[in-house]
Write a protein that binds this ligand. Structure first.
Ligand code: GLC
Length: 633
């Protein structure tokens, strides 16, 4: 980094108000940008980045500029307890962008303030991985509406207090994207946008240390393309071509896309598969340091042009790598504002299966700190499979074998285990590694489907209390809880995916249903499963919004378990301490009250039921799958 680069903006004397705005923001974020850029690209890239920023800012409309100013006054907007996320496919949820607008009352009924609409840009024709193979970043999927309809929907969401998240698929484009087409036509500029190899020598070298992401339907990481007359890097499917991020042109293109989407009204971009964007021989080509330098540069550039935009890292990686996406060391506070808490998600499933909270407590207690400006995206499940990202050391800390436990979890959730309540399916079973990830809806994995099959009302009640407890955990962890469409109605697996040719080989569609609005209409009838689950989750949202202690800047502390099946979330906050109590046992458990006194509570008031706990002989009795949110109020 050079001094002349670092001072460039503030030295000029800006004349217009716009120039002054940009100069002030450059003073604030310019250095982060320069540090990120010069860590990976030639220094002259900075000037080129500046041009993209200025163009993006010039194209930003007055309404969004006002939103920027508002957010600059409330930079912690995404950390507020009132943030409640919902993730859905536009078509499956509401048909079109206009349809989404019509469904805003439903979202508000659930307390939603953050809506993630999954891939909605123009995908390739044919299979497209649920839209994660983008053919054009500046066009929408025709059946959903136009880009103008998207922008209009964003405005309507904003007017209703809902922030909009869109996917930014940046590791790869569809083989039908014009960059790929031009590469195929032999254009040297565009061939450099991809990793292209004339023979197998280099791919074979890389393959020695690369894992396979979709071993069942897309083995290997390289695909032979006839028209290219070469091998092209394809981490995911053969028609998803990895972009070559070591080329600064790729950075500039994607930054331009980011600002374009921000200017349509996106408040947050989900950086899809961000872990994979940098490659180095001899490594697994995930989580490399350059990924973080690039993210820092992208974020700083976006903040200068559109400071109300935040980014969310989709890095589904082990605990020791995950925290780096929120910024550690020199990147602290300079990377994604949000990252998926994949570990919390995995530990919730693991604890339900084992009826044991010790591994969760041990793993979460050893989690490094994240910057106070960060927010975890906390979730029970999402549109993808559940992979057992359990650290071997964490497993060893409670005397378990990582391998053995992962095998048990797969068996349990597939339903191949005597006491299992789950109805799931194995996704991408890998014979070589023994790895089996899991597909299935939240309700099916937590016992609703089995209880219905067996017409067992008692088991159904228990399954519903598991759903309530799992959501009580992700709503209480601090961060943005991300509710995945259908969970709020207790929807079971959708086996009809097998009838759709494009989906049949990908059982993740088991848990990506069409919204059954006739069931959603039952949500206040007081007796249906939909109504029981919906009212539980909506209630969690209302209580959460009123608890200042759930602001994401405060970390949740989890330490040695107070009890083998009970985990405690401790949040010390000036507005009042909070202790979440969660029992993974199917039986009521006695908990010594000292565990609660010691965590800064002097009264034991459950914010969820508005009841005082009863103490009997120095203990409280936590119900089977019980969840308490204790405060001093
Ligand atoms: C992300 C998406 C997943 C997709 C993959 C490739 O992990 O969530 O659905 O298959 O990226 O784009």
């Amino acid at each position: 980094m050079t001094a002349s680069l670092s001072l460039a903006a503030s030295q000029t004397s800006p004349s217009t108000a716009d120039e002054q705005t940009l100069a002030r923001r450059w003073d604030r974020w310019g250095q982060d940008l320069i540090d990120g850029i010069t860590a990976v690209y030639p220094p002259e890239t900075v000037e080129r980045v500046r041009e993209v920023i200025e163009r993006g800012y010039a194209q930003r409309n007055a309404r969004l500029r006002e939103r920027d100013e508002e957010r600059l006054l409330a930079p912690d907007w995404y950390q507020q307890p009132s943030m409640i996320g919902y993730a859905a496919y536009t078509d499956r949820f509401a048909g079109t962008f206009k349809g989404v607008q019509r469904r805003i009352p439903y979202l508000k009924d659930l307390g939603v303030t953050y809506l993630h609409l999954m891939p909605l840009l123009k995908p390739r024709t044919g299979p497209n991985d649920g839209g994660y193979a983008v053919a054009d970043y500046r066009q929408t999927r025709a059946d959903l509406g136009t880009m103008d309809d998207l922008a209009e929907m964003a405005t309507a969401l904003h007017e209703n207090g809902i922030a909009l998240t869109l996917d930014l698929v940046l590791n790869h484009v569809a083989d039908q994207h014009q960059w790929a087409e031009k590469a195929r036509q032999g254009d040297p500029k565009y061939r450099k946008y991809f990793y292209i190899f004339e023979d197998r020598t280099t791919p074979d070298e890389f393959e020695k240390t690369l894992p396979e992401i979709f071993p069942a339907f897309a083995p290997g990481n390289f695909t032979w393309d006839e028209s290219l007359d070469a091998w092209v890097w394809t981490t995911f499917n053969s028609w998803q071509w990895d972009l070559n991020w070591s080329n600064p042109d790729v950075f500039l293109e994607l930054l331009d896309v980011i600002l374009y989407l921000a200017n349509q009204g996106a408040d947050c971009l989900r950086l899809d598969a961000i872990a994979f964007i940098w490659k180095r021989l001899g490594t697994d080509c995930q989580n490399l340091e350059e990924v973080h330098a690039i993210t820092q540069a992208l974020r700083a550039a976006a903040h200068i042009a559109a400071p109300s935009l935040i980014i969310k890292a989709e890095a589904i990686v082990g605990p020791s790598q995950l925290v780096h996406y929120l910024g550690q060391g020199k990147h602290a506070g300079k990377l994604s504002e949000i990252a998926y808490h994949n570990s919390l998600m995995v530990q919730i499933w693991s604890a339900f299966a084992s009826q044991d909270a010790r591994l969760m407590a041990s793993a979460l207690s050893r989690f490094p700190s994240v910057p106070t400006s960060a927010a975890w995206g906390t979730y029970v499940r999402c549109h993808d499979d559940i992979g057992w990202a359990i650290d071997d050391n964490d497993a060893a800390s409670v005397g378990w074998s990582g391998d053995g436990h992962r095998r048990f979890l797969s068996d349990f959730f597939i339903g191949d285990f005597a006491q299992s309540f789950a109805r799931g399916a194995a996704f991408q079973a890998n014979e070589l590694t023994g790895d089996r990830r899991i597909s299935g809806s939240c309700a099916s994995l937590l016992g609703v489907e089995r209880a219905l099959e067996q017409r067992d009302n008692l088991a159904l009640d228990v399954a519903i209390s598991r759903i309530r407890m799992s959501y009580a955990m992700v709503y209480a962890f601090g961060g943005i809880p991300l509710l995945y469409m259908g969970d709020e109605l207790g929807l079971t697996n959708d086996y009809s995916f097998e009838d759709v040719a494009e989906h049949a080989d990908d059982n993740r569609w088991l848990h990506r249903p069409q919204m059954p609005w006739e069931i959603a209409e039952q949500r206040h009838d007081g007796k249906s499963i939909a109504s029981r689950v919906f009212s539980d989750i909506a209630h969690l949202g209302r209580v959460r919004a009123g608890l200042a202690s759930l602001h994401a800047a405060t970390a949740t502390k989890v330490d040695v378990p107070a009890h083998p099946s009970i985990v405690l979330f401790e949040r010390r906050h000036a507005a009042g301490n909070f202790v979440g109590v969660f029992n993974f046992s199917p039986h009521p458990q006695r908990l010594h009250v000292d565990h609660l006194w010691a965590r800064g509570l002097h009264r034991l008031h459950d914010a969820l039921t508005q009841q005082q706990l009863t103490i009997v002989g120095g203990h409280v009795i936590v119900p089977a799958y019980g969840a308490w949110w204790l405060t001093n109020n």
